[in-house]
Ligand binder design. Structure first.
Ligand code: AMP
Length: 190
């Protein structure tokens, strides 16, 4: 099964992805992590994207679409991917469908974690102390939340139309959210 996990910064996408990976034996594909690796490894792409990420904007569809292709095309990951933070735009969502189709796969469920801007601010400040991410400060967090609100609506509508979307209350505690997500995944596994 392939899963998409979706939500604003600080909604718990990464935390819940790690839980799902363990419980359902999947691979986490976080475009945010892949992009941060490029910056850490001082690649040409890393140099190109660091200021974009640090300003809270999205990098181009072309860049992230290229990054995910090598995972989708790899048999090791076939029908075993949780897409964490991708797709974030309608173009990316359409690209993902096309790409999966090309490799005889599909998305089975889209989990949307919903949280308020106040909670985003609180969580980002907590994470700032733990992970030291360059884009985790209040000002950039607000910008990332606004970017999410603007770009996510067409993606949400896209997945609503295909009946794949499940909305999860991201305000709940970590284990409560995990339990809810497990139930949703088990229900579609049948
Ligand atoms: P994340 O770790 O998912 O919060 O992503 C951190 C940052 O990486 C985002 O604020 C964007 O600048 C960039 N990024 C990650 N995934 C994508 C994506 N699918 N499309 C565009 N930009 C992305």
């Amino acid at each position: 099964m392939n899963i998409v996990i979706f939500g604003p910064p600080g909604a718990g996408k990464g935390t819940q992805s790690k839980f799902i990976v363990k419980k359902f034996n999947l691979y986490q594909l976080s475009t945010g992590d892949l992009l941060r690796d490029e910056i850490k490894n001082k690649t040409k792409l890393g140099a190109e994207i660091s200021s974009i990420i640090n300003s809270g904007e999205l990098v181009s569809d072309k860049i992230v679409n290229n990054l995910i292709e090598k995972f989708v095309s790899n048999d090791i990951y076939k029908n075993k991917i949780i897409f964490d933070g991708y797709p974030r735009t309608l173009t990316q969502a359409e690209n993902l469908d096309d790409l999966l189709k090309r490799y005889n796969q599909k998305i089975d469920i889209v989990l949307k974690l919903s949280i308020s801007l106040d909670t985003v601010k609180k969580r980002i400040l907590e994470r700032q102390n733990q992970e030291n991410r360059a884009d985790d400060n209040e000002e950039v967090a607000i910008k990332r939340y606004k970017t999410y609100e603007k770009s996510s609506e067409p993606v949400i509508n896209y997945y609503k139309q295909s009946n794949l979307l499940k909305v999860v209350n991201g305000e709940a505690g970590i284990s409560e959210i995990s339990i809810e997500i497990s139930g949703l995944i088990n229900a579609i596994k049948g």
